[in-house]
Design a protein around this ligand. Structure first.
Ligand SMILES: Nc1ncnc2c1ncn2[C@@H]1O[C@H](COP(=O)(O)OP(=O)(O)OP(=O)(O)O)[C@@H](O)[C@H]1O
Length: 610
């Protein structure tokens, strides 16, 4: 039986004798104090100045002596205090926290209840992540623009995240970085703002979590503010749904296990008191949904004045009509440091042009990164579209499910995710499936959070192998073994289609997506045909016919160069300003920077714009 990686880690910690007696109470030790022996210095009384909050003058920072507010790429790689083997050099703020109760000793091992352990119980593959088909990612088109782009890496060792994080990466069974990680992590570690687009299931979560955790471990944030019951996180990760926030939290806890960096989640629909208690125990990185965060800010239980890292997952959704006012309030109207002072990272699989423009308001001198056919699906997902009139949809679904069962397609434990448009429709279809012998459950906005979480667990475990869902499950959810996504009702927006089908075919695995198309979906014909073509899928002649007749819809206009935001909108706008294809004008500059900014192409990488 395989020994857990985590077992080895806890042994390390236990053998790490701490010469300083433990205080009698469990006290939260913020990262900036973890490196020091018991300090006599009184806690700061007021909020810090901008420079103080970011370690500019503490003298103890790895970056001390520098007046910059962000680390520079290159210096960080050389002077990070880790030796070649990734062990701590002197002065680490991670393993030498003699100034208080070491929280790591009572940290719950997040790998114990890992899905992969459950997988083993259910007979799923034990070596899930080690057999990822990385060939699927070879020759993937990559497009980068911006000034002085840090070069990509090929291995995690090159990134040098330190021994604790390296151990966690091994525990996650990540053998090497995925393409988006290869590019995004060095950019983010270089302190740069980033707008990153990469296909669904390609590992974006780790791409923004690793640099945030590593940054908090490396830097000493001198005199982090304190006051009353308010907490002052250093990193903030926002996501549009409760389930996705929970998932990011779970992942981030694995990545940060035993590093001393504390990750807390706050989301609506769950008791706030419990979340407040958790926050009071200390927080370095807060993962939250916007609504609950605004609530916490208004209660003055969270302050954003120490935020050094801001990440928006599913950033296009977060800046779309529904969320944009809340995000604007959080980022611009509360006490969060300005762009350029904090580091901001936006990630999604789709990034429509107008959302890019909106997003640029939150970013400073950012790098735009597009990995893969952005906004398109991967070739790993076989896409089928069938013309099914509304009245035939149920019987057609039943036929599919029977065939799937009889053929043993995708294996016994294969999960099927069925998307419908309305909450009522979800309940009704689930009921119908259940009485017809297909154990199902449902997830939508009218269910209590407890019911939603229960449904998700039941689906993941295979107890109810069919999940009927509204768009609440369309984005970000990483559920192993979803073999088939059925768009029982197609969405109105092609980006939503891309995210929905992305619940299968993740991390290099294959999947199947079936869409039921009828006459109410005519406006989707053209973008759907385009998405299928881009992913080398067979487009049925009837769809091509509808597509050729369809007027250019707003769906089409959302797309950027036919690749859903696969192009930096700054370049597109530059075309109108007499700049050439690469964004350089006659003066040899792009966005007012020297012609040799090096951002247009990365050697050896095929550009999506070739
Ligand atoms: N380097 C890696 N090696 C192996 N597996 C990885 C690696 N990075 C991430 N994964 C796994 O790939 C899966 C997908 O990752 P993740 O959920 O971050 O994708 P995503 O790009 O955010 O997808 P979406 O666009 O749907 O939100 C997860 O199960 C994750 O554990």
């Amino acid at each position: 039986m395989r020994t857990s990686w985590a077992d080895a880690a806890s042994e390390t910690v236990v053998s790490n004798n701490n010469p300083v007696p433990r205080p009698s109470r469990h006290t939260y030790v913020p990262p900036h104090l973890r490196n020091s022996a018991v300090s006599d210095a009184p806690a700061p009384s007021g909020p810090p100045t901008e420079r103080e909050s970011f370690g500019g003058n503490t003298g103890g920072s790895r970056w001390s002596g520098s007046s910059r507010t962000k680390p520079e790429y290159g210096r960080q790689m050389q002077g990070n205090g880790y030796d070649a083997a990734g062990r701590d050099g002197g002065g680490s703020c991670r393993n030498n926290r003699s100034g208080g109760w070491d929280r790591r000793k009572r940290e719950v091992n997040p790998f114990v209840n890992d899905d992969k352990v459950d997988d083993m119980k259910q007979g799923f593959s034990e070596h899930e992540n080690t057999v990822i088909n990385f060939d699927a990612y070879e020759d993937i088109p990559v497009e980068i623009s911006g000034e002085n782009v840090p070069p990509p890496v090929n291995t995690f060792a090159e990134i040098d995240l330190g021994e604790m994080m390296n151990q966690n990466i091994r525990r996650c069974k990540y053998a090497k970085p995925t393409p988006v990680q290869r590019y995004a992590i060095p950019i983010a570690l270089g302190g740069r703002d980033l707008m990153a687009c990469a296909q669904t299931g390609s590992g974006k979560t780790a791409a923004f979590c690793f640099p945030i955790i590593s940054g908090i471990m490396r830097e000493q944030y001198g005199q982090r503010a304190r006051g009353g019951r308010t907490v002052y996180p250093l990193g903030l990760i926002l996501s549009p749904t409760r389930e996705l926030s929970c998932q990011i939290h779970d992942e981030a806890k694995k990545f940060s296990y035993q590093t001393g960096v504390k990750v807390v989640v706050a989301y609506g629909g769950a008791p706030i008191n419990q979340q407040l208690r958790e926050l009071e125990r200390g927080v370095d990185i807060l993962v939250a949904t916007p609504g609950r965060l605004v609530d916490l800010l208004e209660r003055a239980r969270v302050s954003l004045q120490s935020i050094r890292y801001l990440a928006l997952d599913e950033a296009d959704r977060m800046l779309d009509m529904g969320f944009e006012p809340q995000i604007r309030k959080i980022v611009k109207q509360m006490d969060m440091p300005n762009r350029g002072v904090r580091q901001t990272m936006l990630f999604s699989a789709t990034f429509p042009r107008e959302i890019q423009r909106l997003a640029s308001d939150f970013l400073s001198n950012y790098i735009f990164l597009a990995v893969g056919r952005v906004g398109s699906s991967t070739d790993l997902i076989v896409q089928r579209v069938e013309f099914v009139p509304e009245s035939d949809k149920r019987s057609h679904l039943m036929d599919l499910l029977h065939a799937q069962r009889e053929n043993g397609e995708h294996g016994k434990q294969a999960l099927t995710l069925v998307f419908v448009e309305t909450k009522k429709g979800a309940d009704s279809l689930e009921h119908w499936l259940c009485i017809n012998g297909f154990p199902s459950t449902t997830i939508h906005g009218d269910r209590s959070q407890q019911e939603r979480e229960l449904a998700l667990r039941s689906f993941k475990s295979g107890k109810t192998p069919i999940l009927v869902a509204t768009d609440v499950a369309a984005r970000g959810l990483d559920i192993p073994h979803v073999a088939h996504v059925v768009n029982f009702d197609l969405p109105n927006d092609i980006d939503d289609y891309v995210h929905r089908i992305g619940r299968t075919g993740r991390a290099g695995k294959t999947g199947l997506a079936t869409a039921f198309f009828d006459e109410s979906n005519l406006s989707l014909a053209r973008p759907l045909a385009e998405v299928m073509q881009e992913a080398n899928q067979e487009v049925p002649p009837w769809l091509t016919h509808y597509a050729s007749q369809a007027p250019y819809s707003s769906n089409r206009n959302r797309r950027s160069g036919g690749r859903f935001g696969g192009c930096d909108f700054r370049r597109e706008e530059s075309f109108g300003k007499n700049l050439d294809y690469y964004g350089r004008g006659s003066s040899g500059t792009a966005f007012g920077v020297p012609a040799d900014y090096g951002g247009a192409y990365v050697p050896g990488v095929i550009s999506a714009w070739d």
